[in-house]
Each structure stands twice: as structure tokens, then as C-alpha cells.
Ligand binder design. Sequence first.
Ligand SMILES: [Zn+2]
Length: 133
Amino acid sequence: MNCPRCATINLDGSVVCSSCGAQLPTAAPPPGAAPYGAPPMGAAPGYPPGPPPGYYPPPYGVPMQMAPSTSGMAVAGFVLSFLCALLGLIFSIIGYNEVKNSNGMKTGGGLALAGIIISIVNMLLGIMIMSSK
Ligand SMILES: [Zn+2]
């Protein structure tokens, strides 16, 4: 870390410059803060607790996922709704909630909803067939 006043190279985590005593802008950054580069000037104290709208900080150590991915649970629920109505219903509901709670990072809500509907229809058909005998 270079001193902003005299450009002396100081050890990372130094609070003041070892040469001129000037206060260094980044004193011991909080763990996990901005793993890709230095945090913005004066960002450590009083950092806003919530990220600004539209900005999602990447999970620490995990590369940021730019494109939303389809919920695997929604896909599984949709497929299972044709094979086993009860499992399809469970997986579709899990997938639907996953999409709903993902802040747009997961897609497949329509697929999950279709899986829920198909599962219920399959179940009703099964009940009708069983009760008609
Ligand atoms: Zn200095």
C-alpha cells in the first residue's frame, strides 16, 4: 500500500505511514471486503449495510454469476410431474420458491408453476380413475 502523501510503500494493514506519519486510506480492511482490488476510499467505516439497488456483491471467493441460471428444482419438478405427481409437486414447489427468493438470479418460475399444475392434474386424474372403479 503506497502512502498518498509521500508514496512510501507501507505494509498492508498499516494505519499510518512509516515514513511521514500520514493516515493511510485503508486501515485493515474488514475480512472479505472487495476481494478483487482495493475498497473505495473511506468505505470501511460507515459502509452502507445494504448494497445499492441493482448491485449484487459477489459471494466471497466465488466468481460472480452474471447470467441467471434456471432452477434445477424447477426443471426436476416439471419432469417429475409427468412421472410421479407427488414428487413432481414437491420439487416444483421447492423450485418455485427458489426462483421467487433468488432476486432474479434463478429463472424457471413458469416451469415450476407448470410442474405444480401438471402434478395436481395428474393427481386428480389418478384419484378419478381410482374412484371410478
Ligand atoms: Zn508517507
